[in-house]
Design a protein around this ligand. Structure first.
Ligand code: FAD
Length: 803
């Protein structure tokens, strides 16, 4: 074993092997994989090996396509068979809602270059004779589904990596990892210590334990998972191999295994395995079977595929594999641990392992994953994702694996967890709550006496009329919304302004002023958008997206100079309320001594004020497009602030509004949102943020790339569409057509209640971005005509918020 390398990868499952291979592909040879036992000794060896391309997140779907297409290349390079069976697959729907879901998946596939086909039950029967047609309403056919041999794939990655110069050491457990002052790592193993520049935790079933060597508690949990294989069915002999099946109603997947069938379930009563600690002596072991647990699914499968009932069972497998709370992998550098990388929580190693290896190796070798992997980034979880939380959410996610998640559906596990001091008050006001990183926030307000429940649907819900009333209140009078769920940071020190200026594309605001601040990476892509509020020469209050708190802090830490600047999150130290609407100044003026007139406190002003007896930070900003103020207070004052604003607001018809109304109002203003319109795949000019990019100021990260984007015009543009919708609005990820061509995708959509129109924001190719007519958005399988609005639908000049 080498004793000094650039990278040590801990774990020789399919994921670690893929990371190793991809590092060699990136040109890194001085690398070492250390495996406790034999390759595949964790979850990998007993996997069913199924692979598929469809995923709820388009960016993850792209990486799944990459993974599946990689196997041929791997076989050619390594000479090792991956045991590929690209049979094609059927996703079977038995309810109208699931058919809607299939339609949306097919639509999404259009801009992902996926060749998905929506077919009737009788066509499905022709392609899969074992199914009972009457139970189904439709299906998708995907030609590149199938299965591989888990051992073969892992060996192929390993061999290809070794051919590229990597070393693999087996039968050697990593006992500890210790960081040196320079950020490099001592990896202590049973057979000596290796010094490495970088460390990759690909410990799979033991990734949690490996993380604990450095005090890291990764939000992953293993679940027991069962599949069985039937005896051979004589009718399959000599026939073309059967398609891979997902039957959503039975909650099963099924494929052919030799001449029998392999059937696995994601049962509702899933059981975690070793919830606290994975034993080191767990080897290539299986867990005791519990067919009772999967009986409800199997009973439905017998009805849907009657031949199964008479087929004897040859083998039952019950094995554990790990999940993150949302079911997506955990990939990337870990905040606070220099040169420490994770690639774990991968629940679909044979669909995702290649994409995970590619992104992580890019990130290590080039400082950037090379794709939008926010859905897999380990930084999407904060300290709130502790072990009990992870346990509750993983069980929920496992049980819902084959169930529909409606776009307006809020899941119930681990709730309510974090609440603010006005939670009970908002409940009394009949708020319907959503969960945002475990913090409860009001989505909309049901009428007094009515149940505070929203029906889960792809179409307009029972909230529609009530959200309309909330929007009207904001546009015509004034509304109040809690904004505690925003991310907040404090940046202080003599070097604060210079440092922020280096990070952000905008000019630094003067003391008492606010600047809107996009943040770019070195490639000139958007990695954040903030509101910079300057409290003093050396003190900034920075507001951004709370879900990206760890993502931002990881970036900030990387850029911090040794001294002169400090940055910290103060997200839960300041809670907030916003008042918005033409009457909001009158309302607030009744509570503060300062003159709030535009002459004295214009748009983008920021100051400490006493609001009644409550010390607050007050900023004049607007995400609704109306005159508005954001008020930040320490938590113990939030309740009193809410009461005072309501008391003063009675005279002005103040009404609570929630996140749904805010979304509708910002769509009418064509205001983008982080993680929807603004993501690391877009440049600032493409995203319409060019006016906040000051190429004439001193150097900032991404400046050269931004200048090049400005010069070249980028490849796409964010546009606003008015859609001729029926009872379903766009929600994001639908294809945008122009004529007969798919030219882009929707990033967010909804109903603009003040303008009475269905709206969508989305990116389209530059070639059509200047057109007005000829667009269509595919909603529920139908192309709905759309017209580009060259400007925001409400107050395009922004006069109201500046009034
Ligand atoms: C029953 C079952 C069916 C499945 N079916 C499918 C399927 O059809 N399709 C699909 O895509 N996925 C399937 N999976 C999931 C799939 O197995 C996982 O996604 C995949 O195996 C994860 O691979 P990994 O490399 O992350 O983890 P693992 O396979 O757990 O590998 C981790 C490796 O790290 C090693 N290791 C850990 N700690 C140390 C240490 N301290 N020192 C040295 N080595 C260490 C372990 O020995 C192990 O070999 C299934 C899983 C099960 C259990």
């Amino acid at each position: 074993m080498r004793n000094h390398v650039r990278v040590v990868v801990i774990g020789g499952g399919v994921v670690g092997a893929s990371v190793l291979y991809h590092l060699t592909k990136a040109g890194w040879k001085d690398i070492l994989l250390i495996e406790r036992a034999e390759l595949t000794s964790g979850s990998t060896w007993h996997a069913a090996g199924g692979m598929h391309t469809v995923n709820g997140d388009p960016n993850v779907a792209r990486l799944q396509q990459y993974t599946i297409n990689l196997y041929r290349e791997l076989e050619e390079i390594s000479g090792v068979s991956c045991g590929m069976h690209v049979t094609g697959g059927l996703l079977l729907a038995g309810t109208p809602e699931r058919v809607d879901w299939l339609r949306m998946a097919v639509a999404r596939g259009r801009y992902l270059d996926m060749d998905l086909e929506l077919i009737s039950p009788s066509e499905a029967k022709k392609r899969y004779p074992l199914l009972e047609e009457k139970h189904f309403l439709g299906a998708i056919h995907d030609p590149i589904e199938g299965h591989v041999d888990p051992y073969g794939v892992t060996q192929a990655y390993a061999k290809a990596a070794q051919m590229g110069g990597a070393e693999i050491v087996r039968q050697n457990r990593v006992l500890d990892t210790k960081q040196r002052p320079d950020g490099s790592w001592d990896v202590v193993t049973e057979h000596g210590t290796v010094h490495a520049e970088h460390l990759v935790n690909a410990g799979g079933l033991w990734a949690r334990e490996v993380g604990r060597f450095v005090g890291l508690e990764l939000p992953i949990l293993a679940m027991e998972h069962q599949y069985f294989v039937t005896e051979d069915l004589p009718e399959l002999k000599g026939q073309k191999e059967l398609l891979h099946i997902i039957d959503f109603e039975a909650e099963i997947y099924m494929r052919q295994e030799r001449q029998g069938l392999l059937l696995g379930t994601y049962e509702r009563a899933g059981v975690p395995w070793s919830p606290a600690t994975t034993p080191w002596d767990f080897g290539q072991d299986l867990l005791p079977n519990d067919l009772e647990r999967i009986a409800p699914s199997v009973t439905v499968a017998f009805e849907h595929f009657p031949r199964l009932e008479t087929a004897g069972i040859r083998k039952i497998v019950n094995g554990p594999f790990t999940f993150a709370p949302d079911g997506n992998p955990l990939v990337g550098p870990v905040k606070g641990l220099k040169n420490y990388w994770v690639a774990c929580g991968v629940m679909a190693g044979f669909s995702q392992g290649g994409g995970v290896g590619l992104s992580l190796s890019n990130w290590i070798a080039e400082g950037d994953p090379g794709a939008d992997i926010w859905a897999m980034d380990v930084a999407r979880y904060g300290a709130w994702a502790n072990r009990p939380y992870t346990n509750a959410k993983v069980r929920e996610n496992y049980s819902r694996r084959f169930r529909i998640r409606f776009p307006n559906e809020e899941l119930e596990a681990a709730r309510p967890l974090r609440t603010t001091p006005i939670y009970e008050t908002l409940r009394e006001e009949n708020a319907v709550f959503g969960d945002y990183c475990t913090l409860e926030h009001a989505l909309w307000f049901a009428p007094k006496g009515a149940p505070a429940v929203e029906n889960a649907t792809f179409r307009r819900s029972n909230a529609h009329a009530h959200v309309a009333a909330e929007c009207r209140a904001v546009r015509e009078g004034c509304g109040l919304i809690e904004i505690s769920n925003y991310g907040k940071f404090e940046v202080q020190g003599p070097g604060a302004a210079a440092w922020l200026s280096q990070l952000m594309t905008c000019r630094m605001p003067a003391v008492g002023r606010i600047a809107l601040a996009p943040m770019l990476n070195e490639r000139g892509r958007l990695i954040g958008d903030f509101t910079l509020c300057r409290l003093a020469e050396d003190h900034f209050f920075v507001v951004g997206t709370y879900a990206a708190e760890v993502f931002y802090l990881r970036w900030f830490e990387r850029q911090l100079p040794p001294s002169g600047v400090s940055v910290r999150s103060c997200a839960m130290e300041y809670l907030g309320l916003s008042v918005a609407g033409p009457k909001s100044r009158e309302l607030l003026q009744a509570l503060v001594d300062q003159n709030l007139s535009t002459a004295v406190f214009p748009f983008l002003s920021f100051a400490r004020m006493d609001v009644g007896m409550i010390p607050a930070l007050v900023g004049r900003v607007s995400f609704t497009g109306e005159l508005g103020y954001e008020l930040w207070v320490t938590p113990e004052y939030l309740r009193a602030l809410y009461d005072q604003l309501h008391d003063a607001g009675t005279a002005h018809g103040l009404r609570n509004f929630g996140g749904r109304a805010l979304n509708a109002l910002r769509l009418e203003k064509s205001f983008g949102n982080w993680a929807r319109e603004f993501r690391p795949i877009y440049g600032p000019y493409e995203a319409g943020l060019g006016r906040f990019v000051h190429l004439d100021k001193a150097d900032f990260i991404g400046k050269a790339a931004a200048a090049a984007e400005k010069g070249g015009g980028g490849v796409r543009k964010l546009i606003t569409l008015v859609v001729d919708a029926d009872d379903a609005d766009a929600m994001g990820d639908e294809p945008i057509w122009h004529g007969d061509k798919v030219v882009g995708w929707v990033t967010s959509g909804g109903y603009g209640h003040s303008v009475g129109k269905s709206l969508a924001l989305g990116y389209v190719e530059n070639t059509v971005a200047g057109e007005t007519a000829g667009f269509a958005v595919e909603l529920m399988g139908e192309r709905r005509a759309a017209i580009r609005s060259p400007e925001a639908l409400v107050d395009p000049k922004g006069l109201r918020m500046r009034a």
